[in-house]
Structures are given as structure tokens and as C-alpha cells.
Design a protein around this ligand. Structure first.
Ligand code: PCP
Length: 385
């Protein structure tokens, strides 16, 4: 039967498109029109104070590989505020049907990346794991984890992303491991975990399954005496009350019993506000929905030049543009105008005549994000709500 997931082949050959692009081709071919155009992809045309981070370029490069077009784009992971993030130059009918997949690749990946960068900035010193694959169609799990890693998160849980990211997925135990041992037998579950999983897996016990977190945390510490590295509180929302107070109480009682070294991790519906509230009293976060549920960015593609002449639909700015950055200040202007020397141009070649002219290492992109977080510390990258 197969999954409802579009194949690579369908994406490559332009079938992952909206039907109106097929009509566009029919009409333009009928009228014998196939001009050389410049098209730009923007979220907002001019800076408006809202910063996002650009993801999805690896898949865009793959999509356009072999097509006779030139593409310039911001480097993967670049924080941007308005203006074109990508520019295509070529004959319109050489890429007309690819618009749908192009915008989808950029919109979804940039949504995950922007949310993950927001999370990273909220918890710069605290380990954060990406747990959101469960909320997505599995076809998107790898996109989620790639962007979590680029944002600088400390790990991810989705095993199918291991190969392309060249990193191992991490994780310890869900409630599904505890429940089969039965109420009151949590020790057996924690000990079975301790005795069965490879040494390098951190011993972190889930301590909210059947009884109070304080009770289970101390019991887990005693059961795995010396081996337990941490406890995880995934307290269900209906029982959460004041989560910070539950965490403080767990810390207090663990310390009182001599388990000062046992760390406390939290997960389940953690938002950026919760991160700010809890980051000084926990040792790590598992974050899923805050990143995976972020809205896709609203990118659009517009033709802004035909056969060398500026043109645009109403409400869009005609002419080929360049985007510049000076510290945290962004500026968009016509590319033909000379920019002040101190301004750094942000668009860089991605493809030349269909040949990919960039590498897409996650380490490089991650380093790029880290540098921007340091240099632009007055800028807040935000997820789209
Ligand atoms: C955690 C929790 C959330 C998952 C992580 C992601 O799962 O129940 O649903 O958090 P999010 O709310 O930020 O998306 P586990 O405790 O590992 O698994 P389960 O609850 O299924 O036992």
C-alpha cells in the first residue's frame, strides 16, 4: 500500500507542485513565452524587527541540482530580518513547477530552526534534547533533528536521523518501559534498564509514572545507588500544579538523602517561558512540541525582473535586491547600488548553472548559528506562532 509520503523522484521531476503551475506551463508554452527572470523568496520584504533563522537549503540545492539556473541564498542558519533569502536567475519554465517544493523546504525547516534557536538562546548553559519527532509525519523527523543540531541543541531522539547527521540519537526510557512492571514495581523497571542497556547510555530514570515525583526520585536513587545519573520529570499537565516547586522539592529530598550528584531533567510541554523559569533549577530539558509545532514560515516567491527589466505584482518591490548586515542591523536595497563598506552582503552562491557550489555540513551551520548568537546578542530569533 505504501505510505502517504511523496517520493524523491516525484519531488525531483516537479510533481510535488500545485496544479496551477502546470496550467502556467501550458499557457506560457502556448504563447511561446519563456523569459529570463529573476525571482526572489521573501518572508517579509523589508526588515521589521522580527528575526528568523534560515533552514532547508540542502534540500533546495538537491531540488535544483541539474536545472539550468543560478541560485544565490543566505548561508544555512543565517539570522535574517526581511529581504530576499534566496534568488533564482534563469528561464521561468526551467523552474516553474519547483516553486511549491522550494517554498515548502524553506518554510518548514526554517520554522524548526527558528524555534530551536529561540530555545537555545533561552537555555545557553543547560543541555537541551530534541524530543519532537513524535508530533510529526516521520518524513519530517530528519528535518526536525537536522535543524535542532544546527541550532546547537545537545542531542536528538529520532533514530532515523542518525545516519545523515553522523551522530547517535539519545534517550533513556519512556513510561512504556515502567508500566509493564506494574504499579509499585518501579525499582524492577529502573534496574532492568540499568542492567540491560549499553554502558554509554546515561542512567536517567523517569520518576512520574505511578506516585509522587519526590517519592520516585529518591526510590530510583536508592535502587540504582551510585549508578543513577539523573531523574526525569515528565509530570502530566493535569498533575503539574507549580512545576518549579515540585522540582525544588525533588532537589531538596535528593540532597537530603545524599544524592546531590543526581541531576534533574524535565520534559513535556516545555515552552520558552518555562525554560526561563526553570533553567536555574534543572540540569536539562527535553523539548518537543515547542519546536515541532512552530508554524511554517510564510515564504513567497516573486518574479521581480524579466529580461533585465524590473517588474513585480502590486505590493511587491520590483528589481533585484541585496541584503546586508551591520551587526544586528539589516538593510535591503537594490543590488546594483553600492553598499557602504562596513555592510556585509548576505546572499552567496548556492548553484551555478545547476551545479551545487556549497557544502552542507551541520557542524559548519551550527558554528555559524553559535557565532551569530554571540555577535548579535541583542537579537532574538523567534519561532512563528
Ligand atoms: C515525553 C513527553 C512528551 C515528549 C517527551 C515531548 O515523552 O510525554 O510528549 O515533549 P513535548 O511535550 O515538549 O512535545 P516520554 O516521557 O519520553 O514518553 P511517554 O510520555 O510517551 O512515555
Amino acid at each position: 500500500m505504501g505510505y502517504d509520503i511523496v517520493s524523491d523522484e516525484a519531488i525531483d521531476n516537479g510533481k510535488a507542485t500545485d496544479a496551477y503551475f502546470q496550467r502556467t506551463r501550458q499557457a506560457l508554452e502556448y504563447a511561446d513565452k519563456n523569459p529570463v527572470v529573476v525571482a526572489e523568496v521573501t518572508e517579509s520584504q523589508l526588515p521589521n524587527g522580527t528575526f528568523r533563522a534560515l533552514g532547508g537549503l540542502k534540500d533546495v540545492a538537491e531540488l535544483f541540482e541539474g536545472k539550468p539556473v543560478d541560485i544565490d541564498a543566505l548561508p544555512e542558519g543565517t539570522f535574517f530580518d526581511g529581504g530576499p533569502v534566496l534568488r533564482i536567475t534563469g528561464r521561468y519554465l526551467d523552474f516553474a513547477e519547483l516553486e511549491t517544493a522550494l517554498l515548502g523546504f524553506l518554510s518548514q525547516a526554517s520554522s524548526f530552526l527558528s524555534a530551536a534557536v529561540e530555545v537555545r538562546s533561552a537555555a545557553p548553559e543547560t543541555p537541551v534534547m530534541s524530543f519532537g519527532a513524535r508530533h510529526l509525519n516521520p518524513a519530517l523527523g530528519q528535518v526536525l533533528e537536522r535543524n535542532a543540531v544546527i541550532a546547537g541543541l545537545d542531542g536528538f531522539s529520532f533514530v532515523a536521523a542518525e545516519e545523515t547527521l553522523g551522530r547517535e540519537a539519545s534517550g533513556t526510557m519512556p513510561h512504556a518501559l515502567i508500566i509493564p512492571f506494574g504499579r509499585g514495581n518501579q525499582e524492577e523497571a529502573w534496574m532492568a534498564f540499568n542492567e540491560s542497556v549499553p554502558e554509554e547510555v546515561p542512567r536517567i530514570a523517569l520518576v512520574d509514572t505511578f506516585t509522587d515525583e519526590v517519592d520516585e526520585a529518591v526510590r530510583a536513587a536508592k535502587a540504582l545507588d551510585g549508578d543513577l545519573e539523573g531523574v526525569r520529570l515528565d509530570t502530566t499537565s493535569s498533575r503539574r500544579g507549580k512545576f518549579d516547586q515540585i522540582i525544588r522539592e525533588v532537589r531538596w529530598e535528593l540532597n537530603m538523602e545524599g544524592y546531590e550528584d543526581v541531576d534533574i531533567f524535565v520534559s513535556g510541554g516545555i515552552t520558552v517561558d518555562a525554560i526561563y523559569e526553570l533553567r536555574d533549577i534543572v540540569d536539562g530539558f527535553g523539548i518537543g512540541s515547542y519546536i515541532s509545532d512552530a508554524s511554517p514560515l510564510d515564504f513567497g516567491l516573486d518574479v521581480i525582473e524579466i529580461d533585465g527589466e524590473p517588474i513585480a505584482k502590486r505590493g511587491k518591490y520590483p528589481g533585484v535586491k541585496a541584503v546586508y548586515r551591520d551587526g544586528s542591523d539589516h538593510r535591503v536595497q537594490l543590488a546594483e547600488k553600492e553598499a557602504p563598506e562596513s555592510w556585509e552582503p548576505l546572499l552567496e552562491p548556492l548553484l551555478r548553472d545547476g551545479e551545487i557550489v556549497r557544502d552542507f555540513g551541520v557542524d559548519e551551520a551550527s558554528e555559524h548559528v553559535a557565532q551569530q548568537l554571540e555577535m548579535m546578542d541583542d537579537v532574538a530569533v523567534q519561532r512563528k506562532n
